[in-house]
Ligand binder design. Structure first.
Ligand code: PLP
Length: 392
């Protein structure tokens, strides 16, 4: 049977294939050290579980409004606004089934086929696959290594803009490379968006996953509010990846479009999960702080061993739960030419499972270094030491 032509342009999150390879290796009786998925091995906090349970017992199990229950939209507006120094009207908040749908729905709302969207590369792979699936032109912008991390190559970004470019996807506190903008870099992105009259999708999935300081939303900068859609998710901060709860904070024309898309696509986000979301936002926050403390120890263990391996190096990131070491020299020393072979060799000889640069969008011309991504969100310090010790 014939299927639609547009499927030719549908990419995916190939990290899930790495997860399958790791699961297969484990099923054969081998030890696996899981560094591949950005999932968290922390339980959902007790008060959130209780709120979900209570909502089910109270019969909050039916359909509810497409843009979300009013109580959650109000709680989100207050919480997201206060943490960003912005005043947000609940009408601007549209609840979604996690953060990911905001990417697709944003693109559907602002991009016509043939129009271009700038996006970080390496970056969350769904940006590239959804731009292309929806018939747009994917315009990757790149990062350059700095002494203490990575910076956006602003000249390259600017040079990619033409009269068909309609939007920039911007992911401060970045997956997979944990890049964090300086104020100057964020302001430069905002200035470019205004100069070329572009929409901005500010992917803030890791806004509060940081080990020091405070995050700044590009939406809070002058002149940005009316052109910026914030992607917010409960997934990482509240260890709720499987509950599928997030939202878009968007100007009225996009908020209205996303709300209508919700009604078309899902009808609504699961009602009792939304009630649990209110408990997450308004209940005790200590489990978030405790989780970040544990993650910090894992980060330090990971970076310390990686930097002790000949031919590997990484700066210690101040946010997210990923490290993105350069392994070019380690591969050369082993005589391994591709990252695919390097990761297979690592899995089969040590059980260490990770994603590589190739899982985060198509490689760009001129890129000659090799990177891997280690997620330490789902693996304890003892296992980190053991697994990376074997890798060493
Ligand atoms: N954006 C980024 C940068 C991510 O890394 C992720 C998940 O890993 C998402 C969005 C999607 O998050 P969610 O699980 O809430 O859909």
């Amino acid at each position: 049977m014939k299927t639609a032509q547009r499927l030719d342009n549908l990419g995916t999150e190939t990290a899930f294939r790495v997860a399958q390879a790791a699961a297969d290796w484990k099923a054969q009786g081998n030890q696996v050290y899981p560094f591949h998925l950005g999932d968290l091995n922390f339980p959902m906090a007790g008060h959130i579980v209780e709120a979900m349970d209570q909502a089910i017992k109270d019969g909050k199990t039916g359909y509810c409004p497409g843009p979300g229950i009013p109580e959650l939209r109000a709680a989100l507006a207050a919480d997201i606004g206060s943490r960003r120094g912005m005043s947000i009207d609940p009408a601007e908040v549209i609840v979604t089934t996690g953060g990911k749908p905001v990417i697709t729905k944003f693109l559907q709302a602002v991009m016509d086929p043939g129009e271009g969207v700038l996006y970080p590369n390496p970056g969350f792979p769904i940006y590239e696959s959804q731009i292309e699936y929806l018939g747009g032109t994917a315009l990757p912008y790149r990062y350059v290594p700095t002494e203490d991390g990575f910076a956006i190559d602003l000249d390259h970004l600017r040079a990619s803009i033409d009269d068909k470019t309609v939007a920039i996807i911007y992911n401060d506190l970045q997956n997979p490379i944990s890049a964090e903008s300086t104020d100057a870099e964020r302001e430069a992105i905002a200035a470019i968006a205004q100069e070329f009259d572009l929409w901005v999708l500010s992917d803030e999935a890791y806004f509060e996953m940081r080990y020091k300081g405070r995050s700044t939303s590009i939406a809070s900068l002058d002149g940005m509010r009316e052109r910026t859609v914030i992607l917010y998710t409960f997934s990482k901060k509240f260890a709720m990846t499987g509950s599928r709860l997030g939202c878009a904070v968007a100007p009225p024309e996009v908020a209205g479009a996303i709300s209508t898309m919700n009604t078309n696509d899902e009808s609504c986000t699961t009602q009792y999960v939304q009630w649990a979301g209110i408990a997450a936002l308004q209940g005790p926050q200590d489990s978030v702080g405790r989780m970040l403390e544990v993650l910090r120890k894992r980060r330090d263990a990971t970076c310390s061993i990686i930097n002790s391996i000949p031919g590997m190096s990484v700066a210690t990131p101040g946010s997210t739960f990923y490290v993105f070491p350069d392994v070019t020299e380690a591969m050369e020393a082993k005589g391994i030419a591709t990252l695919a072979d390097f990761s297979t060799e690592a899995l089969h000889s040590t059980g260490v499972s990770f994603c590589t640069r190739e899982h985060f969008g198509r490689r760009q011309g001129g890129e000659d270094r090799h990177y891997i991504r280690l997620a330490y969100s789902g693996i304890g310090v003892d296992e980190i030491n053991e697994g990376l010790g074997l890798l060493k």
